[in-house]
Design a protein around this ligand. Structure first.
Ligand SMILES: [Mn+2]
Length: 495
């Protein structure tokens, strides 16, 4: 072990280790196989996706890193989460891995460059504070990864030699995931790299059946998280948004990897704050409570669901008036969702219903048609955002897809997206009557476009106002439960 490695093993705030002690520490460990299997997608699905990418870039060298562990504060990391493009292609859950698609005469050879297992005989590697097994627990070996994921694996040390651009063909690097890989690859052609990012987003738009099952699982866990909150939401006193956030996180960790994005828990006037995730307020009787939350499952697929509950158990007349406008917008949008319909048409359909509702409330400065004109968009003061977005491994999935494949394109079978119109009346808005101020309503469902129409993944969670009230009453009647149901024991601890 070198002096540098000893320092690395010790860390800046520890005394350096004497050489004799290091020898003593690294000797006589049994070399067991990794006992904690990480969840892996079916190898044949991964191979099929790589084949699609291969066909898009014949003759080119393709480099897709997962990214590294990010530091939160000195010496304290965030929990690692694989880069989404990499995860979609390679399925590997460990940090620093890089998928390289080497061009061949007939397609590509895919190679996963990954950390070798830091076994006892690796000396310093065993002690490594960032990756070592002594600190972080055993990882699968390269051979175990290859068998699990159905791809050739090589040690990360061989990556540098694999990044040379092919003699004929272009090298394309998925940039921004891993600084080390970006540096190692050196300057490239921004346009060639951008095309790789675009094509990966395009390909990820259509979900395969296994992905649909993952998304349904994430939604089902999220539905149970909403039930957990409803069962702990008192009707007769204020409750802190933090407590409700904790209930969501509890379910998310028990059933999934965690939440897919920071939970928005907005009681009363905070229901009108789109990205309220400080969750420092309370929800009190008489308030609406808006919750925008999504469990990310163990394979990285996330739900994205919003419901608005009347804390007292019943919406007030004015809350319900706003709620019903948003619900009508949602229904109108869902009614036209099927393959071939323009994303933009769904948007305009939802927005028109919101504009009509705003007109009925006497808020629009002119007619509905005037508000809908692209030069006006007056309705948007209170609707703020579009009807929805693609959903998958990222909550805002496929963000780099070509416009004509997404926002300026048509829906296709296998697209998974949200439907989430909303209306938001800020407490400080002097254009709206006092009784409307501080009311925010968004109803957000997740759906998959099917051959003929669409299927709601969130159908288990009611949206219509009467049904929401009845559902809340039923959850309160049932009372709190431990979030242990529906969990399969995955890790087989060994003696
Ligand atoms: Mn959303």
């Amino acid at each position: 072990m070198t002096h540098d490695a000893r320092d690395e093993a010790a860390g800046a705030h520890d005394a350096a280790l004497p050489e004799g002690f290091v020898d003593f520490l690294t000797a006589s460990w049994r070399d067991d196989p990794a006992p904690y299997p990480t969840p892996a997608p079916p190898a044949e699905n991964l191979a099929k996706r790589r084949q699609q990418l291969s066909e898009a870039f014949p003759g080119d060298l393709l480099v897709v890193p997962t990214g590294g562990i990010r530091s939160r504060t000195y010496g304290a990391p965030y929990r690692f989460r694989s880069g989404s493009d990499f995860l979609w292609l390679a399925g590997d859950a460990d940090p620093d891995s890089v998928l390289v698609m080497h061009p061949t005469a007939t397609g590509h050879d895919a190679v996963l460059y990954a950390h070798p297992r830091f076994d006892a005989r690796a000396g310093a590697g065993y002690l490594d504070r960032t990756h070592g097994e002594l600190w972080h627990g055993p990882l699968p070996s390269l051979a175990e990864k290859a068998a699990l994921l159905g791809v050739e694996t090589r040690p990360l040390a061989e990556l540098e030699g694999a990044l040379t651009a092919p003699a004929s063909g272009v090298r394309r690097v998925a940039r921004g995931y891993d600084q080390d890989v970006d540096l190692l690859a050196g300057a490239g052609e921004a346009e060639a790299d951008g095309e790789l990012a675009r094509v990966l987003s395009d390909l990820r738009l259509v979900k395969d059946d296994w992905e649909l099952a993952q998304l349904q699982q994430a939604v089902d866990a999220t539905v149970r998280a909403f039930e957990d909150v409803a069962r702990r939401l008192p009707a007769d006193r204020a409750v802190s948004e933090r407590l409700l956030e904790g209930v969501i996180e509890w379910r998310a960790r028990v059933e999934g990897a965690g939440v897919g994005y920071p939970s928005v828990i907005g009681g009363g006037p905070r229901s009108a704050i789109l990205h309220w995730s400080r969750n420092e307020g309370t929800a009190a009787p008489g308030d609406v409570l808006l919750m925008d939350v999504g469990v990310e499952n163990r394979h990285g697929y996330t739900a994205d669901v919003t419901r608005v509950l009347p804390v007292s158990g019943r919406f007030s007349a004015v809350q319900r008036e706003v709620y019903d406008i948003v619900h009508a917008s949602r229904d109108a949008g869902l009614a036209i969702i099927r393959p071939g319909v323009a994303f933009r048409e769904v948007h305009l359909t939802c927005m028109r219903v919101l504009a009509e509702g705003l007109h009925q409330l006497g808020l629009l400065p002119g007619s509905v048609d005037e508000a809908m004109h692209p030069d006006s968009m007056a309705y948007r003061r209170w609707s703020l955002h579009g009807f929805g977005h693609m959903l998958g491994l990222d909550v805002h999935d496929c963000g780099r897809a070509r416009a004509e494949a997404y926002a300026a394109g048509n829906l296709e079978e296998g697209h998974v997206l949200t439907m989430e119109p909303g209306l938001y009346f800020q407490p400080t808005d002097e254009l709206v009557p006092v009784e409307l101020r501080g009311i925010g309503v968004r109803i957000e469902d997740d759906l998959v476009v099917t051959a003929e129409s669409h299927r709601l993944l969130t159908a288990e969670l009611p949206t219509q106002a009467d049904e929401v009230e009845a559902w809340l009453a039923a959850q309160r009647e049932a009372g709190p439960r431990e979030p242990v149901a529906h969990v399969r024991r995955r890790v087989l601890d060994r003696p």
